[in-house]
Ligand binder design. Structure first.
Ligand code: AMP
Length: 136
């Protein structure tokens, strides 16, 4: 199936481009959370963060950082929300970083982040399970 964001990278689908370099394209989200909401994508097709090669990690997140900085200097935002859906809630299966301009009192709530609590000893067990894989 054709990839929408590959088509945008190729110039076959329209987009309001905000940043372009050798590895990354940035463009406005067509349904912004707030105006200026941008998406940063690697030019090569990568499904999710898990498949992102190390050599593209710095270019992609550097572009996200520069875009976040521009939200302040160009749009007058006070801050940003930077996020990425991977598989679950990911509606376009071409890796993209959302950079959303934020202003205090803008009304955005942690609507998709209901918080939970650890039972006694559970946090240590979760940390240990992750450490077993991450600290080889
Ligand atoms: P996600 O749901 O995290 O995968 O985000 C996908 C995003 O792509 C959504 O916020 C959509 O509004 C946005 N989107 C879908 N189609 C387009 C398009 N043609 N141009 C720009 N953004 C798009």
């Amino acid at each position: 199936m054709a990839c929408l964001f590959c088509a945008i990278v190729a110039g076959d689908e329209p987009a309001h481009v905000v940043l372009e370099d050798e590895h990354v394209l940035g463009f406005l989200d067509v349904r912004p959370v707030f105006k200026g909401h941008a998406l940063l994508v690697p030019r090569v097709h990568v499904d999710t963060l898990l498949e992102l090669p190390d050599e593209l990690t710095v270019p992609l997140f550097s572009a996200a950082r520069r875009t976040a900085a521009a939200m302040t200097s160009a749009l007058g935002a006070q801050g940003t929300f930077v996020a990425m859906n991977n598989v679950v809630s990911q509606s376009v299966p071409h890796l993209h970083v959302h950079v959303v301009p934020r202003t205090k009192g803008d009304g955005l709530r942690g609507f998709f982040w209901p918080r939970t609590k650890y039972e006694e000893g559970e946090a240590a067990a979760y940390a240990e399970r992750l450490r077993q894989v991450l600290v080889a």
